[in-house]
Design a protein around this ligand. Sequence first.
Ligand code: GDP
Length: 298
Amino acid sequence: RQGWLDRLKSGLRRTGSGIATVFTGTRIDEDLYEELEAALLMADSGVSATQHLLNDLRRRVKEAKATEPAAVKALLAEAIADLLKPLQKPLVIGEHKPTVIMVAGVNGAGKTTSIGKLTRHLADEGASVLLAAADTFRAAAREQLAVWADRNTVDIVTQEGGDPAAVCFDAVSAGRARGKDVVLVDTAGRLPTQLHLMEELRKIKRVVNKADPTGPHEVLLVIDGNTGQNALAQVKAFDEALQLTGLVITKLDGTAKGGVLCAIARERPVPVYFIGVGEKLEDLETFDAREYAQALLS
Ligand code: GDP
């Protein structure tokens, strides 16, 4: 378990977002708060979360009568953890059989990889999984998902050409017929600005609901942690179109600055079910607000 935290820390540190370096001086003064403001903004926290954190920190510092930068840093870690806490929520399966999980995202966000990892995670919990490859147009996308299905030895429902929503309908029906615990629906990557493709997602959601009137039970968005404030824009746009139930934030082992989670917590608090910290099957971790705050300040 320590391994992923180290990778997250070194990923976040590599960026030089510099939040930690603000606290290397000896004094607590206005300069420190100014530097901190700049560092939080640089780390993609956005204006609203940055102001919230600065105000919260000033209050905490006063209350604790903190006099050392190290103590202020510890108080900031608490402030960030409290801000992020509402995002910490587990993905619960088992209330419905199958639990139908629809997954969306822009191309390259790490959607397919995350579905592969999530399949492994669910299998580790003892759940049987069926994958639905709803990208009927790109053969490469279907093949890539089939590779993850193979690695996890789970069934996959796919179809070349035709209506993506129809594939999803078939997959959910097959999931019910085969008594699967989870049906994971991989949708084709798209940008929120591609309105007809966003409409297609809404249609998939409606059609899944026809196949299972209680579903989809989860609608996840996969976002690339490296895309900074753009990630927040994606969360807002996909949430408006689909009413998201959760997020997967990928590539936090890379050059991500990490503050975008603060922006999400402040402006569109959709739960972060998982974070991606590598390219391998096991590189998916549940999100822990306190650990994440520590990593952000390491
Ligand atoms: P999709 O287009 O959204 O389905 O994206 P893919 O799943 O194909 O991933 C795009 C690239 O990002 C691939 O090279 C993945 O190996 C890589 N990737 C996905 N998740 C992570 C992650 O958490 N960490 C790292 N370092 N790479 C990742």
